[in-house]
Design a protein around this ligand. Structure first.
Ligand code: NAD
Ligand code: UGA
Length: 461
């Protein structure tokens, strides 16, 4: 009989991941739960809580058939054979390890809930990104709190999807990792989960390994990806100072098959909910293991990212005659990357904050991010309500945002920015009209021919 699945956490990972399982395995009942009623209501509506290309079709095909969204967590736990724990693991804000360690309070509370309500044996799957050996703590909690005769097996099954391409990543993953204890029961649980994925993932891409390797592989993959971006961004600073062109350097390096071309695009800095969080988590883990050199090595990836954002902000101010006080700066894009409405750790937040602190009036346009989110993000950086009201405007079109502006700053690489009518935009701007391309997406020659003063990350003027 096909196993029943429950997922705790209906966020960016739990939602799409388990929706795809339901879509690909019509025999498997999948119930996705969350404590947040508004989020569940949105999953049950025509306006899903997250924007992700292809997600609407997957949810529409499976919802009500074998895919359900609910806040009835206890019932969903009890009905399931396999339980994904896909709750948030943010960086701790206070206490031991504040600013570095992952806050495991949500994982622990979800685990305790499973132990408290389960009346039959379960396979509990760590889907959240967690520090190495978290599964051990989860197992201890489950075993200490379970009823007689009930068995819990723990698996680690980290998620590698990227936002904006989540559905295609889930449909055709590079690999699926399943870590387990090296016991007969562990291997049996591993095989049960593998049988779910094998409905659509080729066998050779389903990789089994020990629990700790699986947990660490997730942190390692994110750290290595982010390290590549920080490496190219560090080189972008050298390019700007020497006349080398970062796109050319990246192309030349990427042609080496040992290096490869992906994740070598210079930018205004990486964002997203995970890269920084997971590297800081790795730094904390290294320090806890008394490996200060290892900790310092990984920490530098995040430090370089902060440097890139501040370097780019300074370049904008410098180019605008060393002051942007009361000038209008149009910010194009607020999401941390294209094709998502997610703004977590977006470089645009830091840049917007820097511009406001310099006294600029900023006008933000993003096709998927709505005003309340922008207000929350800027408030979290310390922008007061009064400052926000005085200095920030949200535009419905990029043309409105740029109207009367002294500068445009491209923060997110939305495709639509490539095909705007820049002649029309130029005509409405203050002169000299500056354009700062923080994503290397625009045709600099064309823009200069129109009359723009153009500055691009990783290229000298
Ligand atoms: P999220 O904040 O979007 O979603 C987490 C959800 O869990 C929230 O809706 C929250 O209300 C819910 N929740 C918390 N405690 C709960 C409980 N006890 N029972 C039921 N629901 C509960 O987070 P996310 O972006 O989906 O990330 C989840 C995990 O996956 C994190 O560990 C993250 O590092 C990892 N991850 C994220 C991505 C990504 O692209 N966002 C990719 C891979 C891995
Ligand atoms: C990243 C990883 O790519 C996923 O494999 C992983 O599952 C996920 O983190 C996670 O654990 O949360 P995501 O953050 O959604 O996915 O998006 P990415 O495509 O990795 O982009 C992250 C940031 O790096 C974005 O701000 C993006 O613009 C930036 N980036 C990416 C660059 O600046 N240059 C590049 O070459 C690539």
């Amino acid at each position: 009989m096909a196993p029943k699945i429950c997922c705790l956490g209906a966020g960016y990972v739990g939602g799409p991941t388990c929706a795809v399982i339901a879509y690909k395995c019509p025999d498997v009942q999948v119930t996705i739960c969350d404590l947040n009623q508004a989020r569940i209501d949105a999953w049950n509506s025509d306006h899903l809580p997250i924007f992700e290309p292809g997600l609407d079709d997957v949810v529409k095909a499976a919802r009500g058939r074998n895919l359900f969204f609910t806040t009835e967590v206890d019932r969903a736990i009890n009905e399931a054979d396999l339980i994904f724990v896909s709750v948030n693991t943010p960086t701790k804000k206070s206490g031991m390890g504040a600013g570095f360690a992952a806050d495991l309070a949500y994982v622990e509370s979800a685990t305790r809930r499973i132990a408290a309500v389960a009346t039959s044996s379960k396979i509990v799957i760590e889907k959240s990104t967690v520090p190495c050996r978290t599964a051990e703590s989860m197992r201890a909690i489950l075993e200490a709190n379970s009823r007689d005769g009930i068995r819990f097996d723990i698996l680690s099954n980290p998620e590698f999807l990227a936002e904006g391409t989540a559905i295609s990543d889930l449909m055709k993953p590079d690999r699926v990792l399943i870590g387990s204890l090296e016991t007969d029961e562990g291997r049996k649980a591993q095989a049960t989960l593998a049988s779910v994925y094998s409905n659509w993932v080729p066998k050779e891409k389903i990789i089994t390994m020990n629990l700790w390797s699986s947990e660490l592989s997730k942190l390692a993959a994110n750290a290595i990806l982010a390290q590549r971006i920080s490496s190219i961004n560090a080189l972008s600073a050298i390019c700007e100072a020497t006349g080398a062109d970062v796109d050319e350097v990246s192309y030349a390096c990427g042609l080496d098959t040992r290096i490869g071309p992906k994740f070598l695009k210079a930018s205004v800095g990486f964002g997203g909910s995970c890269f920084q969080k997971d590297i800081l988590n790795l730094v904390y883990l290294s320090e806890s293991l008394h490996l200060p050199e290892v900790a310092a090595y990984w920490h530098q990836v995040v430090i370089m990212n902060e440097y890139q954002k501040s370097r780019f902000s300074q370049r904008v101010v410098k180019r605008l005659f060393n002051t942007i006080t009361n000038k209008k700066v149009a910010v194009f894009g607020f999401a941390f990357k294209k094709d998502t409405g997610d703004t977590r750790e977006s470089a645009a937040i830091t840049l917007a904050n820097n511009f406001i602190k310099e006294g600029a009036n900023i006008c933000i346009y993003d096709p998927k991010v709505e005003e309340p989110q922008i207000a929350i993000d800027l408030a979290e950086t310390g922008i007061s309500t009064a400052e926000y009201q005085k200095r920030v405007t949200i535009s419905k079109t990029p043309y409105d945002a740029a109207n009367g502006a002294d500068a445009i700053v491209i923060c997110t690489e939305w495709d639509e920015f490539k095909t705007l009518d820049y002649e029309k935009i130029y005509a409405t701007m203050n002169k000299p009209a500056c354009l700062f391309d923080g994503r290397l997406i625009l045709d600099t020659k064309k823009l200069r021919a129109i009359g723009f003063q153009v500055e691009v990350i990783g290229k000298s003027v």
